[in-house]
Design a protein around this ligand. Structure first.
Ligand SMILES: [Zn+2]
Length: 90
């Protein structure tokens, strides 16, 4: 019998000034809805996300503190999910 392979997807919130993939303020939870948005946030066609370097540095530091292995190369893929009540699929 083969050994089971179990994958984990782990999410964490890192305190940063801007969001993970654009320059919008990360203080969204303290603001009115839809105040800190841009074409990237809205997933508009042609908008290109840029990774927040400060967030990456903090994530790597956190991972190393937990004695995790951090890969030399990491890449992100934007995913769109279709929800009937959100026609922009965001
Ligand atoms: Zn944004």
């Amino acid at each position: 019998m083969p050994d089971p392979v179990i994958g984990l997807e782990i999410h964490l919130a890192i305190r940063t000034k801007s969001k993970m993939f654009c320059g919008c303020s990360a203080e969204s939870f303290a603001s009115e809805p839809n105040v800190h948005t841009c074409p990237v946030c809205l997933g508009l066609p042609g908008s290109l996300p840029v990774t927040n370097e400060a967030a990456l540095r903090k994530a790597v530091r956190f991972s190393l503190a937990l004695n995790c292995r951090v890969p030399e190369l990491t890449q992100f893929h934007r995913k769109h999910y279709f929800y009937p009540d959100a026609p922009k699929n965001y």
